[in-house]
Design a protein around this ligand. Structure first.
Ligand code: ATP
Ligand code: MG
Length: 480
């Protein structure tokens, strides 16, 4: 069975399949021997490695698993397990026969260069692999560009820079052409760094590789600055983004404090989930109000945003509002009548809620209330994406890269890596692409934010959700 045909590929060929006696379900990742049963294995060269010489237990047992959730229930499975990441005693590639490649796709995120660097250095220093290619310009680079030879020397300094050393693109995923190219170049390990779209593409590449019976390990490293990847604890670059957002919030605060009735608006990333806005707000303490996609808000009337702004201006003389880019889209779309545009990968383009909100607030106070206000709109999104990763993200990226390298060397394929309950694990690709993490308004974190800012919850009006639903259905009707 292949990845896309199964909702959640639970491999039963493996020795410890699910559900186990203790009621846990193991969501295993594919292994090359699933379709190449006679593939020879070799002792892991780490056995001779100085780095691992004094490590108590050099290798992770293939039976080790990481528990995602431990839920005690009367019947049925009690939770989900994933394979624990790390070096295995047996590897399925001879180091001198490995020809690896790395590709980066989708938008920028702090830390991509660190992941590239550490895959190269990990392969080279831990496994003695010398043949590593960089595919330039995203998926289409497989068939439209020359490759770049990657060595530890070439990538030595790249983690100090933002962006991606290999360049990136959207669109251009042609599974057959990509796998033809993998075959033609004799590539047998493919490392794919990118977001949800990229990981879906990686699953298709794995399927095609399996169909053709190729000894090619496909490893994904999930990337999203929004921290909206399901299953894993946190995505790389998120900490850096929250930290960098502080600078924009601080700038807004300085601006609005220096004028009369200053209203600062800072737009942060978060297309479908408001994690960056939420964490940046909690970290800063200069933010009066945080608007995220998960929490619909309204402007006018009791408990609305205008009322809150007026109150804060009277109390403090200024206000700072953080808005996630995906917040309030239902209003903006209605206003601008331009919904439905898509990018090269087919993602819906968002309309700029920051500009819309700035205009709405200005109109309300200057025209409606006859009150002079000083609007300051800051959109730091590209500046945040472009910075190099901070210390904690650099360490995190190193672990992700090493996990991917150990997994591919151990013959796993069609997997992605990430920490689950703070232990690094191998996760089936479909598991991280089928859903997105969002801020749960019913969880404590959102309550903590409301307690910290003392902003309206926008929950007073029961008819709010139905209004939003109505707007959305009207939009759908007009666009079809
Ligand atoms: P982000 O959204 O964080 O910027 P992403 O990986 O989701 O990252 P996209 O532009 O959506 O960014 O996709 C990146 C690459 O993956 C593109 O080359 C695109 O062609 C390919 N891709 C996107 N969706 C799919 C899909 N469903 N199947 C195959 N390939 C896909
Ligand atoms: Mg995406």
């Amino acid at each position: 069975p292949s990845l896309s045909r199964q909702n959640r590929p639970i491999r039963s060929q493996s020795s410890n399949h699910q559900p186990q006696d203790d009621g846990f379900v193991l969501e295993d990742v594919p292994h090359l021997t699933d379709f190449l049963p006679n593939l020879p294995s070799y002792p892991n060269p780490l056995q001779q490695s100085q780095a691992y010489a004094v490590v108590k237990k050099t290798f992770v047992s293939p039976a080790d698993a990481v528990a995602q959730k431990v839920v005690v229930q009367d019947d049925g499975p009690r939770g989900v397990h994933f394979r624990r990441a790390g070096p295995r005693e047996k590897v399925y590639f001879k180091s001198e026969e490995v020809r690896a490649c790395i590709v980066t796709c989708g938008g920028l995120c702090p830390g991509i260069n660190t992941v590239i660097r550490e895959i190269v250095c990990g392969l080279s220093y831990m496994y003695g692999v010398e043949d590593i290619l960089g595919i330039e310009g995203g998926y289409r680079g497989f068939y439209s560009k020359n490759t770049l030879k990657l060595t530890p020397k070439v990538v030595n300094d790249i983690h100090k820079r933002g962006g991606t050393f290999l360049c990136t693109s959207r669109g251009g995923h042609d599974t057959n052409k990509i796998v033809d190219n993998i075959q033609d170049r004799g590539i047998n390990q493919v490392y794919i760094i990118g977001g949800d779209g990229t990981q879906k593409g990686a699953a298709l590449i794995y399927e095609e590789v399996e169909k053709r019976g190729l000894q090619v390990a496909v490893a994904g490293v999930p990337k999203t600055i929004d921290n909206d990847i399901a299953v894993i604890d946190k995505s790389f670059g998120f900490d850096t983004a929250v930290e960098e957002a502080q600078r924009a919030i601080n700038a807004a605060h300085v601006e609005v404090e220096s004028v009369e009735n200053g209203i600062g608006i800072v737009k942060l990333m978060g297309r479908f989930s408001g994690f960056i806005a939420l964490y940046a707000t909690l970290a800063s303490r200069d933010v009066d109000c945080c608007l995220i996609p998960e929490s619909p808000f309204y402007l006018e009337g009791q408990g609305g945003l205008f009322e809150f702004i007026e109150q804060r201006l009277k109390e403090n003389g200024h206000i700072v509002i953080v808005v996630a880019e995906g917040a309030g889209q239902e209003y903006v779309a209605q206003q601008i009548h331009a919904a439905g545009e898509k990018d090269a990968s087919g993602n819906k383009l968002l309309l700029d809620v920051g500009i819309w909100l700035t205009q709405k607030i200005k109109d309300h106070f200057t025209k409606g209330q006859q009150m002079a206000v000083n609007m300051k709109y800051i959109d730091p999104t590209y500046m945040i994406r472009a910075v190099p990763s901070n210390a904690s993200d650099n360490i995190y990226c190193t672990l992700l890269a090493h996990s991917a390298v150990h997994g591919a060397m151990a013959g796993y394929s069609g997997f992605t890596v990430g920490p689950v309950n703070s232990r690094h694990a191998y996760i089936p690709i479909s598991r991280v692409t089928e859903t997105q993490n969002t801020v749960k308004l019913t969880d404590r974190m959102w309550a903590r934010l409301l307690a910290s800012t003392n902003q309206p919850s926008f929950l007073e009006r029961n008819e709010l959700q139905s209004r939003v639903d109505l707007i959305n259905s009207n939009l759908e009707n007009t666009s079809t």
